[in-house]
Design a binder for this molecule. Sequence first.
Ligand SMILES: [Zn+2]
Length: 260
Amino acid sequence: MTTPAVDASGQAHLDLPDGRGLEFEIRSSAKARSLRLKVSARDGLVVIAPNGVERGRVMQLVASKADWIAERLSEFDAVRHLVSDALPVRPQAFDLPALAESWRVEYRPTRSQTVGARTDQPGRILVAGAIEDVEACQAALRRWLARHAKVALSTWLGNVAQQTGLCYTDLAVKNQRTRWGSCTAHGRVSLNCKLLFLPRELVRYVIAHELCHTLESNHSSRFWAHLRQFEPGSDALHGKMRDAWKLVPAWAQRGSGSLL
Ligand SMILES: [Zn+2]
C-alpha cells in the first residue's frame, strides 16, 4: 500500500502503483459537498475537498484511486506531446535511436490518388503518390514504421526471451496511443512501433516488463521482484519511461492531425 504524504501548503505527494511519483494539489472549497478528484492535462491531479475534511481522509481516497489516476495521467502524457506540435508537417529526416538508424525521407509526386512509403536505399525512404496531402504522407510513414518495427522488435523479443528463459506465443506490433506494450496471460505480446524512437535500454526494459507479465499478470510486488531479477536497473528505467513519449515525433502518433 502506498501512503501519500502531505505538507501544510495543500501540496501533497503520491507514489503511483506504476512507480511514478506525483505531486498534486488539495483545494479546500466551501461549496464542495464531497471529495472530488480532477485529472486534467494542464493541472495534473487536483483534489477538491469540502472545508474541514481531514487530510487523512483525502489521502485515503487518493491512495484508493491510484490505479485510475495513473491511467488517466498516462493518457495525458501522450496527448500533451501532440498539443505542442500543432501543425502537421512532412518530416524530412528522423532518427530511430533504438536501432541506431538515421533515415532521410524523399517525397515524389505521382498521379496516384494514394500515398505509399518504402525503403528506397539504405537510410532513405521514398514517399510517393498524392504527396500534397500531408496527413496521407504521415500515415504512409506510420505504416512504414510499423512494418520496420515488426521485423526489428520480433528479433529483439526473441533474444530477450532466450536470455531470460521467459516464453511468449505471439507478437503484434501496433501504434497504440497510450501504451508501450501489453501481454496477456497466454503470452501474446503486443509492442508499440514508436518504441523505435526510444534509447535501446528503454526498449529492452519494456520487452522484459511485458515478458514478466507471463509470470504475473498484475503489477504486484511479486511482479516487480521478477522484473528486477531479469533487469537489475528496472526501477530507474521505469522512471525514465514517464517522459519517453516526448521522444516520439508528432507525425508518428496515430491520427496526430485530427486529434487537435
Ligand atoms: Zn505492466
